[in-house]
Design a protein around this ligand. Structure first.
Ligand SMILES: Nc1ncnc2c1ncn2[C@@H]1O[C@H](COP(=O)(O)OP(=O)(O)OP(=O)(O)O)[C@@H](O)[C@H]1O
Ligand SMILES: [Mg+2]
Length: 316
């Protein structure tokens, strides 16, 4: 539906984006993940037509930005990294203003404004001046403004930066809700947890390049990291552990304080193998825990660096 091919952008000597390609499908929640300065905002500015690329092409439904900028701009909404609202107006007036900028009037404008207020959960505060809003509410209105022309794709540039965890959760739920209603989302973040929560497909950017791209699970697997499986049970594990250690698809099989612990690239198959073997040894699983590899380990594996602390890590 939306395709980005071989995008490149320089600022003077600085190559901010180098040969970036990816595809976003209709209905996707697509994550664009990368550390500070990776080139995420520059990429987004090109997709929204705010910056023209030095090289490469953006197209939507087969039409290119170069030839059909209006077609694309009507179908793409942007939630900018910095809040862009008139704080001396209320939420409804802000939405009406931006709707008019898009040429929407009359009952269509009213419908769109109401829909935006509802999705952002601001119906009860629509008459309040924006300067009286909390940071989280301003962020939500910022998202609503990006949707005023009912775009097919909503691109969000780090919409949760600088807000408290509760507002963050509210925003994540808002985005999930929008996606459920059929809006395609491109979600930019340097928080792994957000992308893992919202997105089924993603691209990881670093130093202007895409270094990993695909389904969330594929990208996690790409890291070569293994899921850790822990199965609690009662009884003697010695013979069971010895047997499972012979299975080459299972790694690090051990008895850890009476629990069976092992690693595998395929957690589901490992669990079923272990449970079958346990029943042969007369053991009953009492609790099974699977810890899948995460994007943090994928990023670390790909770059040798840590992306950034997650929000829990940051607030803990
Ligand atoms: N207008 C500009 N002029 C010069 N350099 C720029 C400009 N915009 C971005 N850059 C540089 O291009 C690189 C990519 O920046 P960009 O803002 O796209 O990164 P980002 O991934 O959005 O980072 P952040 O997470 O900090 O928002 C950075 O090194 C940045 O300093
Ligand atoms: Mg940015």
């Amino acid at each position: 539906m939306l395709e980005v091919k071989h995008l490149a952008k320089h600022f003077g000597e600085k190559a901010a984006v180098k040969n970036v390609s990816f595809q976003v499908n209709q209905g996707d929640a697509f994550g664009l993940l990368g550390p500070n300065g990776a080139g995420k905002s520059t990429t987004i500015s090109m997709i929204t037509g705010l910056l023209s690329p030095d090289e490469g092409e953006i197209s939507m439904h087969g039409k290119t930005m170069r030839k059909h900028p209006k077609f694309l701009k009507q179908r793409i909404g942007l939630v900018p990294q910095t809040i862009a609202l008139y704080d001396m107006m209320n939420a409804r007036e802000n939405l009406e203003f931006w709707g008019t900028v898009y040429g929407i009037t009359g009952s269509a404008l009213k419908d769109n404004v109401n829909w935006c207020l509802q999705v952002a959960g601001l119906e009860d505060n629509s008459k309040q001046l924006v300067k009286k809003y909390s940071g989280g509410m301003q962020r939500r209105l910022n998202i609503a403004v990006g949707m005023i022309h009912r775009p097919e794709v909503l691109i969000m540039d780090e919409p949760t930066v600088g807000i408290d965890p509760q507002s963050r959760n509210h925003i994540l739920e808002t985005v999930k809700n929008l996606n459920r209603q059929g809006v395609t989302i491109i979600y930019t973040s340097h928080y792994m947890e957000e992308v893992q929560f919202l997105c089924e497909r993603l691209a990881i950017m670093d130093h202007g390049q895409v270094i990993a791209y695909g389904d969330l699970n594929d990208v996690r697997q790409l890291a070569g990291t293994l899921a850790t499986i822990t199965i609690d049970t009662q009884g003697d594990l010695t013979a069971l552990v010895a047997e499972l250690q012979q299975d080459l698809s299972l790694k690090q099989v051990q008895n850890k304080e009476g629990a069976l612990v092992m690693q595998s690239t395929n957690a589901a198959s490992a669990v079923s193998k272990a449970v079958l073997a346990m029943s042969r040894h007369g053991l009953q699983p009492t609790k099974i825990n699977v810890e899948e590899p995460n994007l943090e380990s994928a990023f670390l594996h790909l770059t040798g660096r840590q992306l950034r602390d997650g929000w829990d890590g940051a607030s803990a």
